[in-house]
Design a protein around this ligand. Structure first.
Ligand code: BYC
Length: 315
């Protein structure tokens, strides 16, 4: 088959909703885009453990500590499923780790903001995981099979994360004056960065058109962002708190909430490595990687030993 025929039958498969599997023929750019997106997604899960890990030793009760540990462990698991999905496209784990640790690879902008108070654990769960879920529910139908299947399990766990975040804030919102203020302050700080998680506006999104055509993405950045605003603008009423946006109001004609302009300069600054915690996050990942060298060496030595034993037995 010629390249044109291969590309044509590939697109037909996508249009018929047939999943693309690792050994199927695919255009190089499809492979590259998936490697880029899946590995960035995996890195986000791994770096995402840092702002939350920051609160494990300071959670206000044993119950809250156990819940937070479980959540952080889930994020590690998500990262590992996603690295495995990316590996099926021909990139090695070492390469992905090197790209993350050297600062070459991107990960979600949101994890470059600090978690200053306990209420931040609630705001991260409710807003950050809430934004992540909307995006990830769409990705359960992404065209690359291993990515789509990884997302199904991830989404189940993320919905627990979002509920625990909301419940944490609900308790604070019914607490003392100081607790209510802490709750509002966390919402104020996490609202705009959460909106940025969906990526640049559609007119600035370089990858969206092609990714939508290949059904890697099923909704655009702006569509998902709007869906998120509509959802949160209703849920916040239950908390008796407010969102820090004077332009947020229901638009009868559009049947959607209108909202204010995002600070795109701040977004690009964070993406380019100049956010409040970018350097700290990379330093923490590099330290963990270096300190884990002996574990990797021991695991390889053990695997070799086992392999040798099996070879001897077979002989
Ligand atoms: N941060 O053409 P565009 C989670 C980059 S949740 C940093 O629209 P695309 C978790 C983008 O990579 C978060 N960079 O890109 C939750 C591109 O640059 P390159 C992870 C961003 O890919 C709780 C350029 O800007 N979720 O893990 O079509 C606890 C132009 O953008 C961001 C995912 O990763 C950003 N926010 O759409 C723990 C979901 N936005 O690569 C963990 C999977 C954009 O061309 N990813 N950029 O150099 C996606 O769905 C898509 O990649 C995005 C962006 C919607 C994020």
């Amino acid at each position: 088959m010629s390249l044109i025929d291969l590309e044509k039958s590939f697109q037909e498969k996508i249009d018929k909703e047939i999943k693309i599997e690792p050994k199927d023929w695919m255009p190089d750019a499809y492979r590259k885009t998936n490697i880029r997106q899946i590995s960035q997604h995996a890195h986000s899960e791994i770096v995402g453990m840092l702002p939350e890990g920051n609160w494990i030793s300071r959670a206000p009760s044993l119950k809250r500590k156990a819940i937070l540990i479980a959540k952080v462990q889930d994020e590690a698991g998500h990262g590992l499923y996603l690295y495995s999905a990316a590996e099926t496209l021909g990139i090695s784990r070492d390469q992905m780790m090197n790209d993350l640790n050297s600062g070459k690879a991107k990960y979600s902008s949101i994890f470059n903001y600090p978690t200053l108070t306990w209420a931040d654990m609630g705001a991260v769960g409710w807003l950050v995981d809430g934004a992540a879920i909307l995006n990830q529910v769409m990705l359960c139908r992404t065209s690359y099979g291993p990515y789509a299947r990884a997302m199904v399990r991830i989404c189940k766990e993320e919905s627990f994360h979002q509920r625990q975040g909301f419940e944490t804030l609900l308790v604070l919102s019914k607490g003392t004056k100081e607790q209510r203020e802490m709750c509002q302050d966390a919402i104020n700080r996490w609202w705009w960065p959460s909106l940025m998680m969906f990526g640049p506006k559609d007119s600035e999104s370089t990858n969206s058109d092609q990714s939508i055509k290949w059904k890697i993405k099923r909704k655009t950045n702006d569509e998902l962002r709007q869906q998120f605003v509509n959802m949160i603008a209703e849920q916040i009423k239950l908390l008796g708190m407010t969102l820090p946006d004077p332009d947020l109001k229901w638009n009868e004609k559009r049947n959607q909430y209108d909202f204010g302009e995002i600070n795109w300069e701040e977004f690009w600054n964070v993406v380019k490595g100049n956010g409040p915690c970018n350097k700290q996050r990379l330093a923490a990942r590099n330290k963990a990687h270096d300190e884990g060298a002996w574990v990797r060496a021991a695991a390889i030595a053990y695997a070799d030993k086992k392999k040798n034993k099996t070879t001897h037995k077979a002989a």
